[in-house]
Design a binder for this molecule. Structure first.
Ligand SMILES: [Zn+2]
Length: 433
């Protein structure tokens, strides 16, 4: 019985070779791998039904080739991810500049066919060097400032880092050398947090230099405590508008809107940081809604009271400006509309970008008369005030954010502050004229 089986196998052999024995491994490397440093992880994913008998990584630079890594044992698996590091640590001959990473995977199949893969990469072994200005930066909770800096060497991002928040640096306007960064010390940043100028590159290098700062303890803003009495009428209005199909305990639903929806709406606002331009779109101080009374100010701490019981607490990150019903909502400064649509608790909302990550926010409108992409002028009417979203009466919720971090707008209404903190350090063409 043996002979016929062998014969059958022989007959089948060419067919099985065609199916599995002479296939080439398929190989892929994350497209984001474009730079290597001292020891950069390279994950290589290989598929071959017969496994991989050998995988090698080679670096080629200036006509020379250096073996960077190779497998020590074959893999029988049809689907293998190889993880290894390449860089100047294991290949000290590498110089900063361009090189080629070559990866070859050899099939575990009968003919050991090899797949060749190659990509041009940059070698960056030296960290960038960052130096920040030597100004004394006065830090106030919820307020902004501007730092200038220089970065040399290869870098992919730079700016000011405060705790876990980052504020981008931009090339100086007017073609001057160096960079600048508008940054904020957030209303809830732990005092003592040191703002750092930073620069990092694609090879994973990250360098920092602390700014020179003063934190005047006694002059810090004191947030005022407020009690908001929730009436059944207000509760019904909010639930009907923001959770129309919800069921269950109204208090629980309200608290969910006030916490989870608020958080998600603030994230939507913060993400608009990426819709900015690298130039000043404005050249005058920001304005406050004309004739408006401030009913609430920045970082008021609000306790929500329902039937004499505190059910929630939130911090109000803007100004509530009231005039009369359906008053024209004015753009605080020249800029470009980057949002004109409802955002949950903020109701019908407009966000205007003023360049370099500085944006103004207008909430609770009854009508929006601008569109995303529109350029607006300072004091231009963009819509009408109202009480959409979580608003009990007609007003404009006016807020400001810097690279996605909400800040107190009041300094930006002040020409002297802008002169002292912005114009003194960077060119803001035409400012104050
Ligand atoms: Zn408000």
């Amino acid at each position: 019985m043996r002979i016929p089986i062998i014969a059958a196998n022989l007959l089948l052999l060419p067919l099985s070779l065609a199916l599995t024995g002479c296939g080439k491994p398929s190989l892929d490397v994350d497209p984001s791998l474009t730079t290597i440093g001292q020891a950069t992880p390279v994950p290589v994913h290989v598929q071959d039904s017969r496994g991989v008998s050998k995988l090698t990584a080679t670096l080629a630079q200036n006509g020379a080739q250096y073996q960077a890594w190779q497998t020590t044992a074959p893999s029988k698996s049809a689907d293998t991810t190889f993880n290894f590091n390449v860089g100047s640590k294991t290949t000290p001959q590498l110089r900063d500049g361009s090189a080629h990473l070559i990866i070859e995977a050899t099939s575990g199949g009968l003919f050991h066919r090899t797949t060749h893969w190659e990509r041009e990469i940059s070698v960056v072994t030296q960290p960038p060097v960052v130096s920040a200005d030597s100004d004394q930066h006065y830090l106030y909770l919820g307020m902004a400032d501007l730092a200038t800096m220089n970065v040399t060497g290869s870098y992919t991002s730079a700016g000011v880092r405060v705790g876990n928040q980052t504020f981008r640096a931009w090339p100086m306007p007017g073609g001057k050398p160096g960079l600048f960064s508008l940054f904020a010390f957030a209303w809830n940043m732990p005092p003592g947090t040191m703002p750092l100028a930073y620069a990092s590159n694609a090879a994973g290098n990250d360098v920092t230099m602390p700014l020179t700062v003063v934190f005047p303890k006694k002059e810090q803003p004191v947030y005022t405590q407020h009690e908001i009495q929730l009436t059944d009428q207000f509760m019904q209005k909010v639930l009907g508008e923001l959770d129309p199909n919800g069921t269950g305990d109204p208090v629980e639903r309200f608290v969910k809107i006030n916490t989870e929806m608020r958080k998600s709406n603030n994230k939507t606002l913060a993400d608009l940081r990426l819709k900015t331009v690298d130039r000043f779109l404005w050249h005058q101080p920001f304005t406050r809604q004309s004739h408006a009374q401030a009913e609430a100010t920045f970082a008021d701490v609000r306790s929500y009271i329902y039937h004499s019981k505190k059910i929630d607490q939130q911090v109000h990150l803007g100004y509530d400006l009231a005039v009369t019903q359906h008053v024209g909502v004015e753009a605080s400064n020249d800029g470009r509309v980057v949002w004109a649509a409802p955002i949950g608790i903020y109701g019908n909302c407009i966000v205007v970008d003023h360049g370099y990550g500085l944006q103004t926010i207008y909430g609770h409108l009854s009508r929006i008369d601008v569109h995303e992409g529109d350029m607006v002028k300072r004091s231009q009417i963009m819509g009408l005030s109202g009480m959409t979203g979580m608003a009990g009466g007609d007003h404009v919720h006016f807020a400001m954010q810097l690279d996605g971090v909400q800040i107190d707008p009041k300094e930006w209404w002040d020409e002297h502050w802008i002169q002292d903190h912005v114009v003194r350090r960077v060119d803001l063409p035409g400012f104050g004229k």
